[in-house]
Ligand binder design. Sequence first.
Ligand code: EPZ
Length: 418
Amino acid sequence: MDKYVINGGNKLYGRVKIQSAKNSVLPILAATVLTDESVKILNVPQISDVKNMVKILNCLGCVAQYENHDIVINSANATSYEIPSALAHELRSSVFLLGSVISRFKRAKIAYPGGCDIGLRPVDLHLSGLKRLGVNIVENNGYILCDAERLIGNEIMLDCPSVGATENIMLAAVKAEGTTVIKNAAREPEIEDLQNFLNLLGAKICGAGSGTILIEGVKKLSGGEYLPIADRIEAGTFLIATAMCGGEICVEGALAENISSLIHKLRENGCKLHVKNDKITISSKKPLVSVKSIETQPYPGFPTDLQAQMTALCCICNGNSIVTENLFETRFKYVPELRKMGADVTVIDRNAFVRGVPRFKGATVIAQDLRGGAALVLAGLAAQGRTEVLDISHIDRGYESFEYKIRSLGGDIIRNKM
Ligand code: EPZ
């Protein structure tokens, strides 16, 4: 296992280009099972979640591989409808494959993707949506077994705007007979990205980004080449890093409107942000003003994937903040690690009560999950002294060349073997 060794205190200056969004690329890769023609996905980050999805596609009989930072896939010879358990366990979001595998084979088998580092992660909405399309589902022995004579369009109302359930139902409905309407659908930009990708291949979908998505079933999809949207969470992570360390950086490629809730909060903290097309410039100098509260919500509310990074920022602001995590049950696992660095944070249920301190102190901390791990790196960059972040394989799931990008901005960070 690798670790990061960080000497904190440097301000950050320069420009950083943002990779294609992990949470777009994953469902888009799942969607490639729906067509027999070649597909090329551009500017794909080389991160372990994507590498695992590529492995799963190859286990299904698709031919998928990276070509530098692009991925080429041809699913013409896909033969298996069983998603390999070990890989499904590694990659919870492989559950998105259910919809496209059922559409192609009228059968699917996946190990129950249990809870993980941030919460229970149930899939009941995925399964109830698929049942509405005519899928028979049996859950036993830790497996979900699906089969369907035919997939028939229907109206589906989601109890909560689940990103994964919305995407799974979209994928199952693309080639169903008739029309499907998804109500109370998730509105994240990655959903609109999936719609745009599928329509490029000949699907007939509209409404993504609003709460209601309409999918008119088609018989066949073609191939094509697609550039997913930039990763708004990676962009937000670098903006928060600069707010914490001070300095001025330009983040290139991400659309400000996709993280407007974060930009609003950083301005409340006293940072200066300027937006021009797909370039967001942030400048920050101490002391930062605390924001009274951060509440994670489905899009367009404050993104849960930036909650940990924002809590780390709140820890070194002047004043107190309350951070409420409304989407996942255990997304504060990084807090005890921040306390080792001198943070004054108390977690009660879904709330983190933060009292600002002047600075973090360097310490040895352990990453527990992807975004919590990123938050520890940001704390180390802003800290006084040396920080070691252990078990950074969690961070490698979602950030490519994280240490190179940080070093290019002036951060003092290296990757070492533990
Ligand atoms: C997606 O996860 C993202 N992952 C997550 O990003 C992100 O945090 C999450 O959406 C919310 O934005 C990918 O896109 C690969 P949900 P997903 O279904 O689809 C409840 C990261 O760090 N729910 O929108 O699993 C669930 O318990 C990752 O990049 C049900 O109750 O999230 C949660 O409370 C982490 N039943 C809420 O919905 C279901 O069947 C939101 O979950 C499904 C979900």
